[in-house]
Design a protein around this ligand. Structure first.
Ligand code: C5P
Length: 218
């Protein structure tokens, strides 16, 4: 195992936050930096895979050998991913993006003045990208979904991801630095098995995570 052993494999990675506009200046987002997703894309490219990275708004350079599509909202991200899946089948989908669960019910093309912004904001649910990819006729062979939680109960968090169609659940503890930091730790759970990957740089964690996924891809 090592460089080149994923040649011929196709890997789709979602990364970063999504931005749900309220007007041209304001919106809903979250603190995801995109670093873990970009590191996963880099680690897959290092092993020779053909990698498409669908990235929400984040200021990171594109890893060498990775094809990138920038998107803004959850709905943009879903459209870009479904378009990519219509092309040729993917072996692996790493759903690492921190997708906003909700968006403002309406958005304005003009920036609202202070007095015009209501005290409460009607929200509507965004589509779930993992569930939509799972339901897609061109479903990738393996779907990996991520959950970042504070002091997670791994079993409960994994079940939630499996229910929407993920084959492998990756649970991050926000206290280990998942969001915004340069290091991360996680627990993988699939079937009856689980594996703890200790705190390390996001790139070395990405490499370890892909090694752990090898049995799921054959
Ligand atoms: O349910 P929760 O949001 O914690 O699940 C997180 C996982 O689901 C991540 O893999 C994320 O990319 C994905 N997700 C999604 N579509 C959403 C929300 C989350 O695909 N609307």
């Amino acid at each position: 195992l090592g460089p080149g052993d994923w040649r011929g494999r196709r890997v789709l990675v979602s990364a970063g936050p999504t931005w749900e506009a309220l007007d041209p200046a304001r919106g809903l987002g979250n603190r995801a930096s995109g670093r873990q997703g970009f590191a996963l894309a880099q680690a897959a490219a290092e092993r020779g895979a053909e990698v498409l990275l669908v990235a929400g708004p984040c200021a990171l350079p594109t890893p060498v050998g990775v094809q990138r599509r920038d998107v803004e909202s959850a709905r943009d991200m879903l459209a870009a991913i479904l378009e990519a899946l219509g092309d040729r089948p993917y072996d692996l989908f790493l759903a690492n993006a921190a997708v906003a669960d909700h968006r403002p019910a309406s958005a304005s093309a003009i920036k609202g003045r202070k007095g015009e912004i209501p005290d409460s904001l009607p929200l509507v649910a965004n589509p779930d990208i993992v569930a939509s990819v799972h339901a897609c006729p061109q479903r990738p062979h393996c779907i990996v979904a991520f959950a970042a939680e504070t002091r997670p109960d791994v079993t409960t968090a994994a079940r939630k991801l499996w229910r929407k169609g993920a084959d492998v659940a990756v649970i991050n503890d926000l206290e280990a630095g998942a969001m915004g930091g340069t290091e991360n730790a996680c627990t993988l759970a699939w079937g009856e098995q689980s594996l703890n990957l200790p705190r390390q740089s996001k790139l070395s964690l990405a490499r370890a995570l892909l090694r752990a996924l090898d049995p799921c891809l054959s």
